[in-house]
Structure formats: C-alpha cells, structure tokens
Design a protein around this ligand. Structure first.
Ligand code: IVH
Length: 724
C-alpha cells in the first residue's frame, strides 16, 4: 500500500483501539471473496470503495491489517482506473480523493454551534482530591470531612471515565447522514477554521461512518502524529533540505495549517475521538464510556488506554499507571483527563465560565521547556568521544531541574544553529539525557556567539581529531587522558593484549580513583604492598597480580600495538602493522602514505594511527613502558614492494557491471590509491559504469583518463595488485 506505507503503528507498540472486537465481528461478516464481486461499473466502484475503506479501517483505526500491501494496491489502482474511465462515478467520499484537492487561498471561518471548551488543570494530588470533592458535593453525595482518612472509600463515590490527554490539536468533525461534511479547528472555542480539505486526507478519519449513523453527529477529538511517523517525517524533511519540526505536536499543527491539502496528504497524521458536539437522530449515550463505544462502532478511532474508576483514589491510580507507561506510549501525551461518566451528572454539574465542572486535565510534568544556553563546553567520554554540552540556566523539565543538555556533535550544533546566549527548547523525556531540540530564533540576543570546537582536549590537553567520514570528534590522548583512563587500562590489560590476569574492572576503578595509576606505564611500578591495600585484595592476589604484570613485560609487537588502543586498530590490523613494519619505531615514524601501504589499511585507519603517534603524550607513555622493561622481538620490515597505486587518485561514477562501488573502492585503496568523491585536475583516473553523469562529463572536459571496470582490473593486474 504505497499510500499507506508511512508507518501506522504496529500492534507491537500501539494500544489496540477499543473498536477491535466490534470490528472483528463486522470483518467476519463482510464478504470479500469473489462470489459477489459485481461487474457493472457503478456497482464495482461501490464494492471497491467499500473494500478499500474497510482495509483502511483495519490498518489505520484498528492497526490490524488483514491483506498484504500488494493486494490493497491492486484494489486502489482498479478503483482509480474505473473512476478515470467513468468520471460520473466519482464521489467525494471515494478513498482515491484522500490525496488532497486544489490549494486554498485562505481557510474559511466556522462558527461552532456548541462552543469548544477547554479544561481546568490539576498539577498535584490535592487538586484532584478537591475536584472529586466538588463533584461529589455538587451531586449531593456523602462527602467525608476534609482530610478524613476514609475520603477515598466513600460508598457512593462518583464514577469517572479516565482517558489520555493527547498532545495534538483539537478538531471538530461534522458528519451528516454518515458523511464527513466539515472539519474545523477549535480556534478561540467560538469560531475555528475550516480545514475539511486537509482533514479528508487523514486516513484514520472515516469519510463515511459505518451503517446506522445518525442524521448529524459532531465528533470531537485530537489530531496528532505518532512519534515514529514524526521521526520518519523529520528524517525525510532533513534529507530534502527542508525544515524539520520540533515535536510531533508542531508537526501536526504545521501539517494541518497547509493551504495545499496535497502537502497535508503526505503528512502522517492520526486521530482519536473523545467528545461529542451536536447530535441529531439518536439519543445521547448515557455515559462517556458508552459514547466512546458508540464512536468505535461508527468506525472512529478511539484510544484503548482508558478506564472507568470511582472516587479520587481511582483517579490517582489511573494517573500513576499512565505515568509509568508515558514514555513507552507511541505518541506524546501531556496528562490524563477525568470526566464524570454519567452524562446526566455532567449536566447537573454544568460549567464555570469556559470549562466544565465535570472534567479535569491532570497534567504530567512538561517534557519540553525553554531556557538560555549560558555556555557550550565539551565533555570527554570513556572512549575519548568529545560531546558538546550546553550549560543551561536551570530549568524544571521532565520532573527534574536540568542545567546541562547534550548537543550530540558539531554537525548537530550547526544544523540546529545553536549559539551561546540563545533561548532554546530543552526536552527531557523519561530517563533519556536532556537534549536541546531547537533554538527560538526570535529570542537570539545581539551578542550571541557561535560555538567553535576546541582543538585540545579539556581533560588532558591532547589534540582533538575528527576523522574523515565520522561525526564524532575524539581526544587523541588515549594513553594519558584521565577521562579515558579506566577504559585504556582495561583494554591494555586484556587477555588478547598484554594479558595481565587479575587486572579487572574493580581493581582498575580503585587504582584510577585513588590516583595510583594514571597511565599503563604506572602499572609496572606497582608493588604488592600498594595493591594489598586495595579493597577486597588479599596479599595472595596482590602477589599474583604483580607477577602477572611482571610477566607481561615480555610480549609481542602485535600485542603491544593492539594494547595501545589506537582507534580503528583491532587485533588483525595490529598484526598487519607488526608484520609490515617489524619494529615499533618504523610504525611510529610512518606517515599516512606509508601506512596506506600496509595490507588492509585504508585512509581512515592510516589517519587515526598517524594522529595517535603525533600526540607527544602518547609517545611519552610508550617510552616509559619501554623503560619499564616492556619488550618484544623485533624483525626486519616485510620486504614488500610499495603499494602499486600509491599517490594515484581515482573517482568512481555510475554502476559498474560486476563490482559494487564499495568493492571497487576497496580494491583501489588496497592498492594504495585514493578514491575521491569529485573530479578535479588532480584526478588520475575516472572509473565509469552505466549511467555515469556529470563526473564523466567533467573528466572528459579536463582530459582525465576514463576507465571501465575491465580497464580498472587490467590496471590493477598490470601493477600486480589484483586480488590483494
Ligand atoms: S475534552 C469540555 N479530552 O485538551 C472539554 N480534551 O484543555 C473538552 N485534549 O482543547 C476537551 N486530550 O485539545 C478532552 N481526552 C481528551 C483530550 C483533550 C487532549 C485537549 C483538547 C482541548 C484541551 C483542553
């Protein structure tokens, strides 16, 4: 279903709407096999529409599709073709019309026949207890004395319907004789905007209600976006170089406010019904709960996360239960809503100014707030990763006071355009680290400053590097940086490296925290007495550890290279390097070009190794290790011809007949060549496949030799490099 592949929630992460049972019964009764597929165009079109709407309902409302996408697509296409051939058969309710009609110049104004009210808010238990007390009193129930312990167990406690407070936009949907005739925003509660054309594109909203709909029914509810759909939409927007949205609510609002419904049609909006406006042609259900059941029976989406409870304790239990699952719900909510369940009681309680006395919104702590970025600093992680962190004016968000928020990396700061001094929106949801989601551009002060990535590590002063193709910058002082110390020591001591048995996490933690060991070289100065003084370290194990450290002095070059913890240098690469250079000094002196000659070493690895040994701090520790007696047998460098294509730059373009772009790149790099992304005068060869475009043209213009795949293979063979 191409029109549907937008990620309506799967049953794994979305509550199954309450209508499921009723719908399953309807589904079982529905004939969808060949026996009565009509042939006459008009009947056929009706039949197709019914089928498609039924599958839309299964997919978007119940989240329980019953046919494969391809089958749905076939039905949809057949209906489109039929309507094209017989335009007189086209109806406004046809599912083919959900793609969005002509753009509007402005939204018309809609006067709500019954005002769309707002809710009073509660922020703590006291507010909720007060609400329950007022309802009980208003309904003439027995009410316990204020503060009495038995408040919650009053025999004639009020019954409430509890539901979620969805974080979207309130919407009124007017159905006449079962057909959607108008959709309007809440506006100021008295008048809203006519967004019918946009709302008709929302597939969770039926254009036609199920059989038995009353003459007029005005359904109220919330238009919102599932988080997963929101993430996908934002990824799509970013890829297309378009503006991304701060949160699902803004994305939903922005999507509804489009004058061009074709844009709305591409936005994955959804809907839950929770209230009734006008009704004509059938009696009002007696309770709120029965109303929601009625909505579900009419084919409207109703959220299953709801309950009918009694008294204040019931309300608070519901609130806590939802609070526990808030972060795992597939959409954003900002609280829960309590409504006196019996409609007759609602009427008796009535309204105060613009809010009902019979309902209450109990809010959760806000997960997004604005605050000011006072500074941007960088933090060094255990692996040397440098993370920019915004230092914030303290703000209460997600239930705690937040003073720091991650900015992830340099590119992210540029993308969000965060300056020091900016007012930003900070989000903290659940246990997730607080993050800066967006800048409020109109609140940027004149003296706001952009962030510049420091060149030296704030912890150890070593250089900060950012390797080609990587988003994360890192500290190069792996052997001496305090932030990386524990990690570096554990890596150094592991069995496949220096093999120091007994130097585990608990010991390393203590050695580092007590300042006894700063670098791996310090390990070789440890005596039994120092170790035996550590927590849970008996004399015997201290003795064993000293012996293990001592024994590790005799090692091999490849183990030693691996033990250094150079980024991108695993065991296999360490072996290649040891074999190639034979001696540590040869490796330490090698520049990137020389490193590229090593089997399987590409530009990123070469850069990483060169940066590691360029860092004086690291060299110092290596010298200390050697001075402490760490040694290995050295050999002559492997006699190898220099990489045959070293110094040559290639550009790959188009589709090669047998090799993937990646495989071709690897072969060239293994032969020492550099593979670049664009053609310039410095390019030595362009390797072009099918559908090569502008790069090929550029090569021809500059007179750069062009090879096909066979030509490239011949060149590699000629240099003895094929199959390296
Ligand atoms: S009932 C008379 N129920 O909250 C009460 N509202 O401040 C009418 N909302 O504008 C609203 N979830 O956008 C109701 N389950 C729910 C809701 C809900 C979200 C929003 C709605 C309304 C605002 C009220």
């Amino acid at each position: 279903m191409p029109a549907k592949k937008h990620g309506a929630p799967t049953s794994a992460d979305a509550p199954r709407p309450a209508a499921a049972d009723a719908a399953d019964a309807a589904n079982a009764a529905r004939p969808d096999n060949s026996a009565d597929k009509p042939d006459a165009p008009a009947a056929r079109a009706d039949w197709l529409r019914e089928q498609i709407e039924h599958h839309n309902y299964q997919y978007y409302v119940l989240d329980a599709p019953t046919i494969p996408d391809a089958e749905y697509d076939a039905l949809f296409r057949e209906l489109q073709e039929l309507e094209a051939a017989h335009p007189e058969l086209l109806t406004p309710e046809s599912p083919t019309q959900r793609v969005g009609g002509q753009p509007l110049t402005a939204f018309a104004t809609v006067r709500h026949r019954l005002p769309m009210l707002s809710l009073n808010n509660a922020f703590d238990d006291e507010d909720v207890i007060g609400f329950d007390r007022r309802c009980a009193q208003g309904l003439g129930r027995t009410v316990a004395a204020e503060g009495a312990a038995d408040l919650f167990s009053a025999a004639d406690a009020v019954e409430y319907a509890c539901e979620l407070k969805f974080d979207g936009l309130a919407m009124s949907l007017r159905y006449e004789n079962g057909r959607l005739v108008q959709a309007a925003t809440r506006g100021d509660g008295e008048t809203g905007e006519d967004v019918t054309a946009n709302v008709r594109t929302i597939k969770a909203i039926p254009l036609k209600l199920k059989a038995g709909a009353p003459a007029v029914i005005e359904v109220r509810g919330e238009v919102f976006m599932y988080r997963r759909d929101f993430d996908r939409l934002n990824a799509r927007q970013a890829e297309a170089g378009e503006k991304t949205f701060v949160n699902p609510r803004n994305a939903a609002a922005g999507s509804l406010r489009q004058l061009d419904p074709r844009i709305t049609a591409r936005r994955p909006l959804s809907f839950f019904a929770y209230g009734l406006g006008e009704l004509d042609g059938e009696p009002r259900p007696a309770t709120h709960d029965a109303l929601l059941e009625r909505f579900a029976a009419l084919g409207l989406p109703v959220c299953a996360e709801r309950a009918v409870v009694k008294g204040a304790q019931g309300l608070l239990d519901f609130y806590r239960g939802v609070g526990r699952k808030r972060d795992s719900l597939p959409y954003d909510i900002d609280g829960v809503v309590y409504k006196v369940n019996a409609v007759e009681e609602q009427e008796r309680l009535g309204f105060v100014s613009r809010a009902p006395r019979f309902a209450l919104a109990h809010k959760f702590p806000a997960q997004e707030m604005t605050t000011v970025v006072e500074d941007i600093e960088v933090q060094v992680g255990r692996t040397g990763a440098i993370t920019p962190v915004a230092r914030l004016a303290p703000v209460f968000v997600g239930g705690v006071t937040v003073t720091n928020a991650t900015l992830h990396n340099e590119d992210e700061i540029r993308r969000k355009d965060v300056h020091i001094g900016d007012t930003v929106i900070v989000r903290r949801a659940g246990d997730v680290i607080p993050e800066v989601v967006a800048v409020v551009p109109e609140r940027r002060p004149a003296d706001a400053r952009p962030f510049t990535m420091p060149t030296a590590c704030p912890v150890c002063g070593s250089h900060i590097e950012r390797l080609e193709d990587e988003a994360i910058a890192r500290c190069t002082g792996g052997l001496i940086c305090a932030a990386q110390r524990k990690q570096a020591l554990l890596h150094f001591a592991q069995r496949r490296a220096m093999d120091i048995e007994g130097l585990g996490e608990k010991v390393v933690d203590q050695l580092v925290e007590q300042g006894i060991v700063r670098t791996p070289a310090d390990l070789y100065k440890l005596g039994v007495a120092k170790l035996a003084a550590l927590d849970r370290m008996a004399d015997k194990s201290a003795g064993n550890l000293v012996a293990a450290i001592d024994a590790s002095r005799a090692t091999t070059l490849n183990r030693f290279i691996f033990a250094l913890g150079i980024r991108h240098v695993g065991e296999a690469t360490a072996k290649d390097l040891a074999r190639h250079f034979g001696k540590l000094d040869g490796l330490m002196e090698a520049d990137e070009a020389a490193l590229l000659e090593v089997n399987d070493v590409g530009p990123v690895v070469a850069q990483s190794i060169a940066h590691f040994f360029a860092e004086a701090h690291n060299v110092e520790v290596i010298e200390q290790l050697r001075a402490a007696g760490v040694h290995w047998p050295e050999s002559e460098p492997a006699a190898r011809a220099p990489a045959p294509l070293a110094g040559k730059t290639f550009v790959l373009t188009g589709t090669l007949p047998t090799l993937s772009r990646e495989a071709a790149k690897e072969m060239l790099e293994a032969a020492g060549a550099k593979v670049a992304g664009s053609v310039s005068k410095k390019t030595d060869y362009v390797v072009a496949g099918e559908e090569a475009g502008s790069k090929l043209a550029k090569a021809q213009e500059l007179g750069v030799p062009v090879l096909d795949e066979a030509g490239m293979m011949a060149l590699l063979e000629e240099h003895g490099a094929a199959g390296r």
